[in-house]
Design a protein. Structure first.
Length: 79
C-alpha cells in the first residue's frame, strides 16, 4: 500500500521581487535542488520571472492512440 503522508506539496512562497528564489516546497525536487517547478510556476504567475518563448514552444508529448497496445516483437528473430 502506498504511503499517503505527502499526497500534496506545500509551498512557502516569498512574494518579493528578489527573494522569491529562497522560497521552499516540500516536493522531492525542491528538497534536493532547492528549486522546483512549483516555485517557478508561482513566480511566473506573480510576474516575478518570465518564461522564455523557447520553453513554451516545446511540445509536451503525444496522446496515446485508441485501442489495445501492440505486443512487442521478438528482438533476435529476423523478419
Amino acid at each position: 500500500m502506498k504511503n499517503e503522508q505527502l499526497s500534496f506539496w506545500e509551498c512557502e512562497f516569498l512574494n518579493e521581487s528578489e527573494n522569491w528564489t529562497k522560497s521552499t516546497c516540500s516536493c522531492p525536487a525542491c528538497l534536493k535542488y532547492y528549486i522546483c517547478k512549483h516555485i517557478i510556476g508561482l513566480a511566473a504567475r506573480y510576474k516575478l520571472c518570465s518564461i522564455p518563448l523557447e520553453a513554451k514552444n516545446i511540445p509536451l508529448g503525444q496522446k496515446r492512440k485508441r485501442g489495445r497496445v501492440a505486443k512487442a516483437k521478438k528482438a533476435l528473430i529476423v523478419q
